[in-house]
Write a protein that binds this ligand. Structure first.
Ligand code: SF4
Length: 339
């Protein structure tokens, strides 16, 4: 059962990427260099108080998108906006101030904390810009621990004394310390057991309702974001191949890659009468150093046609608000007299 509303009215974007690219010049062998197209001209938006699920296999470019949006790496081209402000080229003090409004939570909480600092000290550091008095910092730290469902006494412990689920809650508390508009969550539950995953997902959902924070939720596993995403974007080899309202993409995936990812999710919803046949993709995702010609998915697509290796597919907007790039979905003809 979905825990987000099935109707997604048009909302103001908190963060936006417009034709955003990140290419890296890398040494291939000897003095030969190649261009690694990690992200290659994508458009996406995270709505205010909403969650955008960004999914795809390892190597699809998802994490690079998060780092671009948060201005942790510079884009090769394109535009990044935060709350209508163009932040593509800002630097220095302005950039440091901006980073407080956008936080990142990593997959492995143990590697994102100083093992020698107590939990209270780690959160206290994040709180410092807002509270100069030590007593006020301690009070705010306790409040943040309480917000993520942890006892204040845990603040005296070190990271190794907490479970993975507890430490991921602390990571979320530390992100909230800055009162961010956007939190990018990069595979935030992938290293946790199933029970802890569910608790973290519920916590994120409750915090969004209480605080109105927006999430960019990155995962390779579509089942993880099924119940919390308002919008969904599916990435393959540096491109967004399908995006739109999450409940529509889940129930009626258009792109063969989305269909394959969804077919891997066990269906336990008794209301879901249609059974999905498991689609097993051939081979691994190709190298972004030498992406296939035409449609980048053509080397693995079960529906591949001659045109697919020759021409890039057009991007089509369907009548139910989904954007898909595939030759199986050509653009709709113009209505008569509208040309
Ligand atoms: Fe498959 Fe062709 Fe569509 Fe690409 S364009 S997803 S190869 S059918």
């Amino acid at each position: 059962m979905s825990i987000v509303s099935e109707t997604t009215p048009t909302v103001r974007p908190v963060a936006e990427a417009v034709h955003l690219s990140k290419h890296y010049k890398v040494r291939v062998s000897g003095s030969r260099h190649g261009m690694l197209r990690a992200v290659d001209g994508i458009d996406l938006a995270v709505g205010d108080h909403q969650t955008l699920g960004l999914v795809g296999e390892s190597g699809s470019g998802k994490s690079t998108v998060a780092r671009l949006l948060l201005r942790l790496v510079d884009p090769t081209s394109g535009v990044i906006r935060l709350e209508d402000e163009d932040i593509t080229h800002i630097k220095g003090k302005q950039l440091r101030r901006l980073r407080r409004r956008m936080q990142l939570v990593f997959q492995d909480p143990y590697s994102s904390f100083d093992p020698l600092s107590t939990i209270a000290d780690s959160i206290g550091e994040a709180v410092r810009p807002h509270f100069h008095e030590r007593a006020a910092r301690l009070a705010r730290t306790s409040e943040l621990l309480d917000t993520v469902g942890l006892a204040a006494g845990l603040g005296r412990r070190h990271p190794r004394e907490l479970s993975g689920g507890q430490l991921q809650r602390v990571a979320i508390a530390r992100a909230l310390a800055q009162n961010p508009s956007l939190i990018a969550l990069d595979e935030p539950v992938s290293s946790l057991d199933v029970s802890s995953q569910a608790h973290i997902i519920n916590l994120l959902h409750d915090l969004q309702n209480q605080l109105g924070v927006a999430y960019l939720f990155i995962t390779h596993d579509l089942s993880v974001v099924r119940d919390v995403s308002h919008q969904l974007a599916v990435m393959y080899l540096g491109l967004v191949v399908e995006s739109g309202p999450a409940h529509i993409v889940y129930t009626n995936p258009r792109h063969p890659y989305t269909q394959a990812l969804l077919s891997a999710i066990p269906q336990i919803d008794p209301d879901h009468h249609t059974s999905r046949r498991r689609i097993v993709l051939r081979g691994d995702i190709p190298s972004p150093l030498a992406p296939p010609t035409g449609c980048r998915f053509h080397t693995r697509c079960p529906h591949v046609m001659d045109i697919c290796s020759q021409q890039e597919p057009p991007t089509t907007r369907t009548t139910d608000g989904v954007t898909v790039s595939c030759h199986l979905h050509p653009p709709l003809p113009h209505p008569r007299g509208d040309q």
